[in-house]
Design a protein around this ligand. Structure first.
Ligand code: GRF
Length: 205
């Protein structure tokens, strides 16, 4: 049986959010088992982080599959064998199919480095910087069939200071992410998120 308290993180790169989740689990801030890291990139640094944290890792290299459906099927089989109930996307650079999302509806979270719906897409931090935004931030949301679109769980703004370069903005956005993602996951696990249409109500403890 799938268990909501069995978490899989899906990541393609550095994995600093994965690391923040590892630490939140260790400190008991997230009361769940971090069972699995799934990566589509065999070179990703997040895999080294998983090895160090003794979290099981699974690599599904998209290039090994001719069809996206087969690639996702491998991932789903692994999620099922680990009885994963909650999927946490943390810089996973593949778009999940509608079929995949339907299977885990309401149980896939994503973090995005802007205040959605502003600056959707893979280069949100740079896009906000280049646009000259004065405020940006971080969004955690449920995943639905549209990219960077699902119901918003938490958002945290960040004032972009005059004089900041892109590097400073990135650094500040990431440290905000590392605070907000564990908080959102914990609210989910405590059953404190109620979905009402596209609105997420946060229930009192
Ligand atoms: C984060 O900025 C996240 O918001 C975005 O991808 C990036 C992943 O960073 N979806 P990391 O691999 O967790 O360091």
């Amino acid at each position: 049986m799938e268990n909501l308290k069995n978490i899989a993180v899906l990541a393609s790169g550095n994995g600093s959010n994965f690391q923040a989740i590892v630490e939140a689990v260790k400190r008991g801030k997230i009361k769940a088992q971090l069972k699995l890291l799934v990566s589509d990139n065999p070179e990703a640094y997040c895999l080294q982080r998983a090895a160090k944290a003794k979290v099981k890792a699974f690599i599904a290299d998209r290039r090994d599959f001719s069809a996206k459906g087969d690639f996702e099927e491998q991932i789903i089989l692994k999620l099922k064998s680990e009885k994963i109930g909650l999927i946490v996307l943390a810089g996973f650079m593949r778009l999940l199919s509608a079929e995949f999302i339907r299977k885990y509806r309401g149980r896939i979270l994503n973090i995005h480095p802007s205040l959605l719906p502003a600056f959707k897409g893979a280069r949100a931090i740079k896009d906000a910087f280049d646009y000259g935004a004065k405020v940006s931030g971080v969004t955690v949301h449920f995943v639905d069939e549209e990219t960077d679109h699902g119901p918003i769980i938490l958002q945290e703004p960040l004032k972009i200071k005059t004089g900041w370069g892109l590097k400073e903005l990135e650094k500040n956005i990431h440290s905000l992410e590392h605070k907000i993602y564990p908080r959102a996951i914990s609210l989910f696990l405590k059953g404190r998120l109620r979905l009402e249409g596209r609105k997420v109500r946060i229930l009192k403890p």
